[in-house]
Design a binder for this molecule. Structure first.
Ligand code: 6R9
Length: 637
């Protein structure tokens, strides 16, 4: 069958066909879904004005394919197996039948609260099954979901709600995470002072804490589902209707709402899920991501459910109550496929092997990583101590914008190589280009990673600003989608991602724009200007280094330490803890060229601990600044 790659020969055949006859290839893959009306044309595209349509005029509902389609053959099979933050709390298990019913109930709740096709629904929730249920309920009625990671601050939440123009928000009273509790409802209340359009808030009771409820605006989830029918016919959607918006960082200060559409996203997340991980009918699959990120969307919710798989959903963190938590859950649930981030692997590695050796881990068959480049030590540790040398590691490269995995080994089929994402999936045509946009052919070369042909789950636009989408992804190199990553193709033709070439940092696998963090820092009343760069960090991959210029007349603090504390607070307040700089250095000025451009290259080098080899600094307005910053760096950190 075309949809399943079982060996290298299958891969070679599928890849070749996907390039020589892409329409036929993707048409055949899509055949096995339930379509209310078949498409007229498989793909139509224009990369200059950016417009792409997959499965044109096809009609479908993605939840019919995630849920209804499985009811006969897999009705009693576990769809979602939820594990709580607290190891003493009972698991919650939803069969396909039960999930279908819960989604239908909540879809009716949304309808009763005035939500219809095309409306935006924001979700600000902990990792509870109700988050997946709410996501699917939106898709059921054709509303566009926008999940906002529960670690974002009130300000970041408000910005995203307003950008999406949502009238309704789903949240919870609180969200337990490790030893801490996130006050989701209180943060929501604060955010909503700035969101005039939100008329309704549905609150799921996770902990039962006594939270403030606005009698005109707020209702409880459990009250709402009591009085609605448990049947909800899926809304028939066009293949190109938006399915969701997910905000992500770019090189400007404003997060962009990446828009994915229905038909293509469905086909590609499913195809990539089953092939990369080689999912077999009775496997238990566990992706440890949060649904607030694309990895959770595609490989906790949509990909696995489209396949009829059992997907584990975990509320907690890797180190609570101790660094053996992941492995205890793997043994208890007999997890076969485990997918996590390099930053988690490095954090657990640092805690020592005693937390690993207590567990058998013999159910594991495939391991995966995502989100950032994996260093060799972490790869070897994962391979040897978790996979016991017998589980292939799939190092999956992709992005919020790509919707699904793009370059990755196919487990057990493509031979792996530490730190290499290896080869493109069928349908994906990567190219490396030089700064002028010329394709760099051959092997043993490096360049900017671009994709030259559309694939079904690529982003369609950035919400409310198509021009920005065109500018960001399709204008740097003509006729190509530009990923923002640098990449090497080695002597075997294998791809190795080298990291971002733009002003985007990757901190613990989370994307953050340097400008976003700078904007937050600049909100402090004493700050004149700032420059933020990423620097190598043992656990996080990259840490955040902030160089800050202050106006001493505005300083209302007695010590530099206090000032730094305040700056960190402002960032936490404007964005959230994930954006908290690891190092703050107060400097008297930034290295600027005569035309006023900050030479970030120099700041990056100082961040890396380099003290010489700054290259040509003769264009600097005041070269003595470099020396001063260097000395300060040694003293401060
Ligand atoms: C899925 C996801 C995307 C950026 C991407 C790249 C980095 C992701 C990677 C990787 C090296 C991998 N990245 N996977 N780098 N190896 N296997 O993470 O999406 O949050 O949008 O981040 O993450 O730099 O451009 P997103």
């Amino acid at each position: 069958m075309i949809s399943r790659i079982n060996n290298l020969e299958d891969y070679a055949v599928a890849y070749r066909r996907s390039v020589s006859e892409p329409e036929r290839f993707w048409s055949e893959v899509a055949e096995q879904f339930v379509w209310r009306k078949k498409w007229d044309k498989t793909v139509e595209y224009d990369f200059d004005n950016y417009n792409v349509q997959w499965y044109k005029n096809g009609k479908l509902n993605i939840t019919e394919n995630c849920l209804d389609r499985h009811l006969l053959s897999r009705g009693d099979k576990t769809a979602i197996h939820w594990v709580a933050n607290d190891p003493h709390e009972k698991d919650r298990i939803f069969s396909y039948k039960e999930l279908h019913e819960q989604v239908s109930l909540f879809a009716n709740v949304l309808k009763r609260n005035g939500v219809g096709k095309g409306d935006r629904v924001c979700l600000y929730m902990p990792m509870v099954p109700e988050l997946a249920i709410a996501v699917l309920a939106c898709a059921r009625i054709g509303a566009i979901h926008s999940v906002i990671f529960g670690g974002f601050s009130a300000q970041a939440l408000a910005d995203r709600i307003n950008d999406a123009g949502a009238k309704i928000l789903i949240t919870a009273d609180q969200g337990p995470r490790g030893k801490k509790v996130v006050e989701l409802k209180a943060i929501t209340d604060e955010a909503l002072f700035k969101c005039e359009n939100v008329e309704r808030v549905i609150v799921y009771q996770r902990t039962g804490a006594d939270v403030k409820m606005d009698s005109e605006r707020d209702v409880y989830w459990h009250d709402e589902i009591k009085s609605v029918p448990n049947v909800c016919d899926p809304e028939v959607m066009d293949s190109e209707d938006p399915l969701f918006i997910l905000y992500t960082s770019g090189s400007t200060g404003k997060p962009k709402g990446v828009v994915h559409s229905t038909g293509g996203y469905m086909v590609y997340t499913w195809y990539s899920f089953r092939n990369v991980f080689q999912y077999q009918e009775n496997d238990v699959f566990w992706c440890t991501a949060d649904i607030g990120w694309i990895t959770g969307h595609s490989y906790i919710v949509y990909g696995p459910l489209l396949e009829g798989a059992t997907s584990v959903m975990f509320e907690g963190v890797p180190t609570f109550p101790d660094a053996g938590r992941f492995w205890r859950v793997v043994d208890r649930l007999k997890v076969n496929i485990f997918y996590t981030a390099p930053t988690a692997i490095r954090a657990l590695m640092a805690q020592g092997l005693e937390y690993v050796e207590l567990y058998k881990l013999d159910s594991l068959r495939v391991l995966g990583t995502v989100g950032e480049p994996i260093n060799r030590e972490a790869w070897e540790w994962y391979h040897q101590h978790i996979g016991k040398g017998r589980c292939p590691i799939v190092d999956t490269w992709w992005q919020t914008e790509t919707g699904g995995i793009m370059i990755s080994p196919i487990a057990g089929v493509i031979p792996t190589k530490p730190t290499y994402a290896t080869l493109p999936l069928p349908g994906i045509q990567p190219v490396l280009v030089d700064p002028e946009g010329n394709e760099i052919e051959g092997k043993g070369v490096e360049g900017n990673l671009c994709i030259k042909y559309p694939w079904p789950s690529m982003l369609r636009t950035t919400w409310g600003d198509h021009e920005r989408c065109k500018q960001t992804y399709f204008s740097t190199f003509k006729g190509l989608y530009f990923t923002g990553d640098g990449c090497r193709r080695d002597e075997d033709g294998y791809y190795r991602i080298l990291g971002r070439v733009d002003d985007v940092m990757n901190v613990s696998g989370h994307r953050l724009g340097t400008a976003e963090v700078e904007n937050a820092i600049n909100m402090h009343s004493a700050v004149i200007e700032s420059a933020v760069v990423g620097y190598p960090h043992d656990i996080k991959g990259q840490g955040i280094y902030a160089y800050v210029v202050c106006d001493s007349a505005e300083l209302e603090v007695s010590t530099i330490l206090e000032l730094k504390e305040q700056i960190l607070e402002v960032v936490i307040d404007k964005i959230g803890k994930i954006a908290r700089p690891d190092k703050v250095q107060i400097v008297r000025g930034l290295p600027k060229t005569r035309s006023g451009k900050i030479m970030r290259r120099i700041l990056r080098k100082i961040g890396e601990g380099q003290t010489d080899n700054f290259g040509d600094i003769s264009t600097l307005l005041d070269p003595s600044i470099v020396e001063a910053i260097k000395e300060g760096a040694v003293k401060d950190n």
